[in-house]
Design a protein around this ligand. Structure first.
Ligand code: PAF
Length: 282
């Protein structure tokens, strides 16, 4: 595995790399969820590039940026283990060169869910992803479905900017007990870790109700939030059921002719965790 820092080094490494090129951008502190992205790319592409860059522009809370976990050494090992050929670890000035003045903003899809509770977050994500894609020029780019809204925003961005890259969504990796893997889980105390399980348990309860034929948005939302609401260590930021394609809110009765996204964000102390599931009629 080659490690590169600057855009010039990256382009040099890519010049004679076999295509197709797959790319998985990350913010590091790599875990099995990221490794699933890398392995998927390695199984579909001749060259796999991963980036590790903690993007300051997508943090609306400066403390969250400061406390975001980092582990360059562990990341290097985990990337190599999971089939990455080129690991790109740029500095901030490589991605945001002096005098840079361009922001990419995707409207509509970013109005709700994480967009509503983290103002400016998706402008930061769209801006960095556009820059990363422009530097790597991959054939495929891989993103986790845990960040479902992010994936929708990136699909819109790529379509709107006519970027010739195929965006691939990769299913969430979970701990054996159901908790979605996240770099932020490392910041949970043992007690908080146990409490956080209510998030995936709630989503499972919602899925069970859906499978039993429940179509009332209120009842499904209640199944999702009950165990979270009753836990004193957890505070719901949002828990919503929206159209999985448009992210528009559902009406009171969910119809069987489309897929619905149940998306939830929860504060566990200072740590904000997100998770989701999609339900649709068989
Ligand atoms: O999902 C992430 O880790 C980040 O939002 C991304 C896509 C790497 C952009 O910084």
């Amino acid at each position: 595995m080659k490690i590169v820092r600057t855009v010039a080094e990256l382009r040099d490494a890519l010049a004679d790399a076999p295509r197709p090129v797959g790319f998985a951008p990350t913010m590091g502190f790599l875990h099995a969820g990221h490794q699933r992205l890398f392995r998927r790319s390695a199984s579909e592409c001749a060259t796999t590039v991963a980036s590790v860059f903690v993007n300051p522009t997508q943090f609306n809370d400066p403390d969250d940026l400061l406390s975001y976990p980092r582990d360059a050494e562990g990341d290097t090992k985990r990337a190599a283990q999971a089939g990455v050929d080129i690991l790109w670890m740029p500095a901030e000035s490589d991605i945001y060169p002096a005098g840079n003045a361009t922001t990419v903003s995707v409207s509509g899809l970013t109005d709700r869910l994480c967009g509503a509770s983290r103002p400016g977050h998706f402008d930061g994500v769209a801006t960095v992803v556009a820059r990363l894609l422009a530097a790597v020029l991959p054939d495929n780019a891989y993103f986790g479905e845990k960040d479902f809204q992010q994936l929708a925003v990136i699909r819109r961005l790529v379509a709107d900017l006519l970027l010739p890259v195929t965006i691939v969504g990769v299913p969430t990796v979970r701990e054996p007990d159901g908790l979605a893997l996240s770099s932020r889980n490392s910041r949970l105390s043992l007690e908080q870790r146990a409490a956080a399980l209510a998030i995936s348990t709630g989503l499972k309860a919602l899925q069970d109700e859906w499978e039993q034929g429940v179509r009332s948005a209120g009842s499904l939302r209640k199944a999702l939030t009950e165990a979270i609401d009753t836990n004193p260590l957890l505070t719901i930021d949002y828990a919503e059921i929206v159209d999985a394609a448009t992210l528009e809110p559902s009406g009171e009765i969910l119809t069987d002719n489309r897929a619905w996204l149940a998306a939830v964000a929860v504060f566990c102390g200072e740590v904000r965790l997100i998770d989701n599931c999609v339900v649709e009629a068989a």
